[in-house]
Write a protein that binds this ligand. Structure first.
Ligand code: SF4
Length: 503
């Protein structure tokens, strides 16, 4: 059997990090970990190829080579996924699809024409599909709400990709999150009881990445890395620390976690000892009523700014997710978000309009209230909503646009880096060093930001003192500059619809 695993393209907006990638000479930010894991679960004697459309171009010849084309995607990739399915249909190639996009709403999003939908978690449904292939009696839909343990999940089949195409590689340690935010699809897809891999599995995954000769950042892609704190503290982090020391620390790590990480000194210390230097946190809103409305309980009854600063002081660059468009948002929300983000020193702030993801509790509520709108994007960073907001639509979209333009203006962006550097002390140790490719990237940024772009005054104002006073932060400063530039360029592409509701 010949299987082609195809990963659809991300829209070239905030998600792609395309402008950052140009500086570091990489094709994509992150490899398709889910498809690589599925590939490892397929029979050994099947021929497998993987095409990630973020790094390569898919030809008809590639599709015609395959007996089956497997597709996995997130909701933001739905337009590209649609094109792949249509091409397969035209060429008469059978399609098999799974992953969040199809599991959450394959019917609503018009993917019912895929030959075989292998939904839910692959550990349960893929063996059913494979068994039916052997019996020559394959069905249209395989689904299960069962949440398997992931202690038998294999190491991803890294041999299918060229790791040099990617800015970072990844490991999944856990699935699920104990919290219950109403806009979140994670808890629908993966449940509220975090399921985790064993320390032996994590060591095997680290070994696999090390054997590729890779050195650099590794993203723990978990929904919420600290869903099971006890196991992290007693087993996983000590084991990563030991592995890293034995292998001369080839990796730095980053992940997603809830803000209550800031409440646990021991956990923060173990994470930075293990090499974690960055954490993405869903901050969502400085407005308590909006947090309450969305059931973001972990962010309530705390001083969010104090928690963020604490994380920064403990050695984490905090990246933040922010949402505008809750029913409880007052018209002052735009100003409050700007003020909050500036004071926080969160340099990489992903600010999106609230988007009702199919399957989420928010989606159900808005459906019941008859407020859902048709949408073919799935990208909550593209300047549109998929529901009728409480706030006047033109006020919402114009306010959102002002937040983006303000936060990513060169002045505000550079000021946030300075605010962040005042708190941040790097604790993570790694042998990851500047290589030839990085040097070329540095030269490019000097030419680009320091000489060519209008913002050069801010560039030199940041870099010269950093180089003189805290040279250890110089590489990070360059990275943050490139991210700011990426966000500014991405905003230019956002197609705001300021005067009317999307149709
Ligand atoms: S904390 Fe994050 S992952 Fe957990 S339910 Fe809330 S939004 Fe989802």
């Amino acid at each position: 059997m010949k299987v082609l695993l195809v990963y659809p393209q991300y829209p070239d907006t905030f998600w792609s990090f395309s402008y950052v990638l140009r500086f570091i000479r990489k094709e994509a930010f992150f490899p398709p970990l889910g498809l690589l894991t599925i590939a490892a679960m397929l029979p050994n004697n099947w021929e497998k190829k993987l095409m990630d459309l973020n790094v390569s171009i898919l030809s008809d010849g590639d599709l015609l080579w395959a007996d089956y084309v497997f597709i996995s995607a997130m909701i933001v990739q739905q337009n590209s996924a649609r094109e792949i399915v249509d091409r397969c249909k035209m060429l008469g190639v059978k399609t098999v699809a799974g992953g969040p996009l199809f599991t959450s709403a394959y019917k609503e999003l018009g993917f019912d024409d895929i030959d075989h939908l292998v939904l839910g978690e692959g550990e349960i449904t893929l063996p059913l599909f494979l068994s039916d292939i052997r019996k020559n009696h394959v069905q249209h839909v395989y689904t299960s709400s069962e949440r398997p343990e992931i202690t038998q999940t294999p190491v991803p089949l890294w041999s299918l990709i060229n790791t040099k195409d990617y800015a970072t590689l990844g490991i999944q340690y856990s699935r699920g999150c104990p919290f219950d935010c109403d806009f979140c699809e994670v808890i629908v897809l993966n449940g509220r009881n975090p399921r985790t891999k064993t320390k032996e599995q994590i060591e095997a995954e680290l070994d696999a990445l090390n054997q590729l000769g890779y050195e650099g950042p590794v993203f723990f892609v978990d929904d919420n890395f600290i869903g099971n704190k006890q196991k992290l503290k007693t087993s996983i982090l000590p084991s990563i620390i030991k592995w890293s020391e034995a292998n001369k620390r080839p990796f730095t790590f980053f992940t997603q976690a809830s803000i209550n990480l800031a409440d646990d000194e021991e956990l923060m210390r173990l994470m930075t000892d293990a090499g974690f230097d960055t954490v993405f946190i869903g901050i969502e809103s400085p407005n308590t009523e909006s947090l309450s409305e969305s059931n973001k309980l972990t962010n309530m009854n705390r001083d969010l700014l104090t928690s963020i600063k604490k994380l920064q002081r403990h050695g984490f660059q905090v990246q933040g997710g922010f949402i505008i468009g809750f029913d409880s948002d007052p018209v002052s929300i735009f100003e409050s978000q700007i003020n909050f983000i500036q004071s926080s020193g969160i340099v990489s702030a992903m600010i999106g309009l609230l988007y009702a993801l199919p399957g989420s509790r928010l989606y159900q509520r808005l459906q019941e209230e008859n407020r859902l709108l048709p949408s073919n994007s799935g990208d909550f960073l593209d300047g549109r909503t998929n529901f009728i907001p409480r706030m006047r639509y033109d006020v919402l979209v114009n306010g959102y646009r002002n937040v983006l333009n303000s936060i990513y203006s060169p002045r505000q962006h550079y000021e946030r880096i300075k605010t962040f550097f005042k708190e941040y002390e790097s604790h993570a140790r790694s042998r990851v060093s500047i290589k030839r490719g990085d040097l070329i990237g540095i030269i490019k940024t000097v030419w680009f930001f320091g000489l060519k772009e209008n913002e050069r005054v801010y560039y030199w104002r940041l870099l010269i003192p950093t180089l003189l006073k805290t040279p250890g932060k110089f590489g990070l400063a360059l990275n943050l500059l490139a991210i700011g530039f990426h966000f500014r360029k991405s905003i230019e592409k956002v197609q705001f619809s300021p005067t009317s509701l999307p149709s």
